[in-house]
Design a protein around this ligand. Structure first.
Ligand code: FES
Length: 563
């Protein structure tokens, strides 16, 4: 951007033509503002207004703001799952940074996969980065009761399937849920990831829980723009913030808020872009001993708005301080210790850890003969009387076959059975759709059964609940033990032992393995084919094998000249 060559002139002309008044000899940092707002993703629509505020902040701090669109991954509309495209967004962000003369970047994200996807790309490019999230949507009201997004949909759908909800009530519920823009206001994946951004130090303290449309969001976005310019001057890059301590804090807070299981995959994917060497085994250890202190659905009864009123992430950090390493930093320039020092915890949504909402760890990583590489269960929304459970498997080979038969009384499913859904992992889905919360068979729901042990190589929505063992790895589609389970086998879940086991002999397992054949997939071209060829398993974050840090990857110095 500097100098008098025709290339420098051409670059300045391009920016000046776009309204960015850069002149010869000036050294103003160019801050990219990547905006994932889209009409196809109402969760991210608040970001348009925030982009304008970030731009103001960048200008006020002496930088040059360059807003550009990035693909929007909307959880509600994308099929089979937005997760299939998270790595595509990560590649888009990384390559936009690499190919344009950006000195720093502000990532505008909100819906589940937009947050980790953007961060993964920025971490690999390793330029100063600030994350701005769009906030939770307003609560809905149904029949006089305040309801949250996602969680209450699953609950009311269970009532509907059990025959307790009329057609008109069901229509009324649908109308009630259409309550505005912003992310799910329960502790789903979007809220969880926004909170973890703050804990990792990538978002300004106090920003993650501000609801969409709240005037504080505009102020926070302006400050994010200013911060991005400051970070370039320092410089502070993701590589200096994303330490092992930062990841351990994120995992511990994930347990303490009873966060989404999906966040485990995203944390592993982000960590995989660094040289921290974080493993799923590390996450397992970091979860231990951190009780759930956030009273937010689906674990509790509050919404993200209540968490914000209780003091937001600083209050959560203060409550969990004995479990955290508070010397880690933040894009705001403070350490977590300084954030905690000025936090204000009020009300009961953030509990005193001596009187937690749930005494067990929020989540657990399991290993065993059914999941040699690992699996994840959210304990905070599981039934404690199923923590130690052995049952007979009922196996579904695909999501469609499960939907077609789950309510058929001929299957004679009993509450003590273990429901198994396979073929839905990163390769099998593809993209590991959120199909893991297998519905309770209608005839059991009508008998009052509300939970059963379920096991899958799929994911489930962060707004979901139940005793669901997810992310079983290796997945069935590549021949993991899950592929070899037969209906009638015995499966044992033991939370105390941290295990999930298939109780059949080695000889029988070997016999089944010898006759197992890998499924043939129809995708021979395009993104699904590339995805299936290169996606890693859940314990490695479902990133692409050629994008993880490794030798020569991760924190690579961008090759273009800086302004
Ligand atoms: Fe977008 Fe929940 S569907 S945040």
């Amino acid at each position: 951007m500097e100098g008098e060559t025709e290339v420098a002139v051409s670059s300045r002309v391009a920016l000046r033509s776009a309204g960015l008044g850069i002149h010869q000899g000036e050294r103003r940092p160019v801050i990219g503002i990547a905006n994932t707002a889209s009409d196809l993703n109402p969760c991210n629509l608040p970001l348009n207004a925030l982009a304008a505020e970030v731009r103001r902040g960048v200008l006020a701090a002496g930088g040059l703001p360059a807003v550009f669109p990035a693909m929007s991954l909307g959880e509600d509309l994308m099929k089979p799952t937005a997760m299939l495209y998270r790595n595509l967004l990560a590649m888009e962000i990384e390559e936009m940074i690499r190919s344009n003369p950006l000195d720093g970047i502000v990532l505008l994200a909100n819906c589940d996969k937009t947050v980790p996807g953007m961060i993964m790309g920025a971490v690999s490019a390793d330029i100063p980065t600030v994350v701005v999230t769009g906030g939770a949507r307003p609560p809905a009201t149904f029949q006089g009761r305040r309801i949250g997004t996602g969680t209450d949909l699953w609950r009311v759908w269970d009532q509907r399937r059990a025959g307790h909800l009329s057609d008109s009530d069901w229509s009324e519920f649908e109308a009630a849920l259409s309550c505005g823009v912003g992310a799910c206001n329960t502790m789903g994946t979007a809220s969880t990831m926004a909170i973890l951004c703050e804990v990792l130090g990538l978002a300004l303290p106090g920003s993650a829980t501000i609801p969409s449309g709240d005037p504080r969001a505009a102020e926070m976005a302006r400050r994010a723009g200013e911060a991005a310019v400051r970070l370039v001057e320092a410089p502070v890059r993701p590589s200096s913030l994303l330490t092992r301590d930062a990841f351990s804090n994120a995992a511990r807070v994930l347990s303490g808020i009873g966060g989404s299981t999906n966040a485990v995959i995203h944390l592993m994917a982000i960590a995989g872009r660094t040289r921290t060497g974080v493993t799923l085994e590390d996450i397992k250890g970091w979860f231990k001993g951190v009780p759930v202190i956030a009273d937010v659905e689906p674990t509790g009864s509050g919404l993200v708005q209540d968490l914000d009123a209780a003091g937001g992430v600083p209050a959560v950090l203060e409550a969990l301080a004995p479990h955290l390493e508070l010397s880690t930093g933040s894009v705001g320039g403070e350490s977590l210790a300084e954030v905690v020092a000025r936090s204000h915890r009020s009300g009961s949504t953030v509990r005193d850890p001596r009187e937690p909402l749930v005494p067990s760890d929020g989540l657990a990583v399991l290993y065993g003969s059914l999941a040699p590489s690992g699996a994840v269960v959210r304990l905070s929304t599981a039934s404690s009387d199923l923590f130690e459970h052995t049952g007979t498997a009922v196996v579904f080979d695909s999501y469609q076959s499960m939907l077609d038969t789950i309510d058929d009384p001929a299957l004679e499913i009993e509450p003590g059975n273990v429901l198994v859904l396979r073929g839905c992992g990163p390769v099998g889905g593809p993209g590991m759709p959120e199909w893991g919360m297998i519905p309770i068979p209608g005839y059991l729901a009508r008998r009052g059964v509300t939970d059963m042990v379920r096991v899958s190589d799929a994911r489930m929505s962060g707004t979901s609940f139940g005793t669901v063992v997810l992310h079983v790895a290796p997945e069935a589609a590549i021949g993991g033990p899950l592929a070899l389970v037969a209906s009638g086998d015995r499966i044992r879940l033991s939370v105390s032992a941290g295990s999930i086991d298939l109780l059949i002999g080695e000889e029988e397992l070997a016999r089944r393995r010898s006759s197992w054949r890998a499924p043939a997939f129809p995708d021979r071209r395009g993104w699904p084919a590339l995805y299936r060829e290169h996606v890693t398993q859940a314990p490695l974050g479902c990133d692409f094998d050629f994008l993880t840090a490794g030798d020569g990857g991760g924190f690579v110095e961008p090759v273009v000249g800086r302004s």
